[in-house]
Structures are given as C-alpha cells and as structure tokens.
Write a protein that binds this ligand. Structure first.
Ligand code: ZN
Length: 148
C-alpha cells in the first residue's frame, strides 16, 4: 500500500468498514436510497425523527470501504442530534471533502478521518453518498437519490 492509500484507509475507516455501526433497518420512520454509479455503492438510510431530534438512524447496503465507513461514522455522529445540527454537519462535511487537500480541517471530530478522500476525487462521491442520502431522507421520505 502506498503512503497515500495508507492515509486514505486509516485504521478508523478499516474498523468501520469491518464492523459498521448502526448497520440495520428501522421499521419506523423514514428512509431514502442512494446510489453511486461510479463505484457501485448502494445505501439505504433510515431515520427516526421525534420532535426535531434524530432519535435513531441506521443504514444498510453494500459498497466500498469508504462508502460504508462514511455511512457508519455518519450514523454515530448524528444520532441524538437536532435535525438542524445534523444538517449543519452535513454541509460542513461536504465542504470538507470538496476542499483542497492542503486546506486545514477542523470541527468535525472523527469524521475528519475522511478528509483523505480529497486526494482522490473519484472517492469523494463514495464519502458523500451517505450524506446525500441522509439529506434526501430529511427532505422527503422514501426518496431515491443518485450522486450523478
Ligand atoms: Zn465507493
């Protein structure tokens, strides 16, 4: 593995790929499906929102290590948050992964491990798929989104 790929596939990402958190379906609430045709990643994000708070969030699907780790980290990061705070985090995350690889990264905690995708533009869509799908779930129940 090259040093660059090493950066991309950090231990946290490998761990979340091997043992994704909140990897299950919810039978209440809303859901959205997302598809990244460039890589073949396919995700369903489930959301249970109660009184403006994300009470529960889960995902299922199949895809590359980056897409799965990103979805897993996302569920951990937004669970229990207010919808408005999760939306802010979503925008911050998208800003981070589409910024220049030289730009400093801050304010996103564990999600910052995914900043490595900035060196691999084709991987940015893998990292943002879960977040695009989350947005769809927040905005319209039972939506299907594509990163294309
Ligand atoms: Zn992918």
């Amino acid at each position: 593995m090259s040093a660059e790929l090493d950066d991309l596939y950090q231990e946290v990402i490998l761990d979340h790929n091997r043992a994704p958190r909140n990897f299950r379906a919810l039978h209440v609430g809303r859901k959205a499906e997302g598809f990244n045709p460039l890589c073949g990643d396919r995700l369903t994000v489930f959301l249970q929102i109660d009184d403006g708070v994300i009470k529960d969030v889960a995902f299922q699907g199949s895809g590359c290590a980056i897409s799965k780790a990103s979805a897993s980290l996302m569920t951990e990061s937004i669970k229990g948050k207010r919808v408005a705070d999760a939306t802010r985090m979503l925008e911050q995350f998208q800003g981070m992964v589409t910024s220049s690889p030289a730009d400093p990264v801050s304010g996103l905690g564990k999600l910052e491990v995914l900043a490595g995708v900035r060196q691999f533009p084709v991987r940015v869509k893998c990292a943002t798929l879960a977040w695009h799908t989350l947005r769809a779930a927040l905005e319209s129940p039972d939506a299907v989104v594509s990163t294309e």
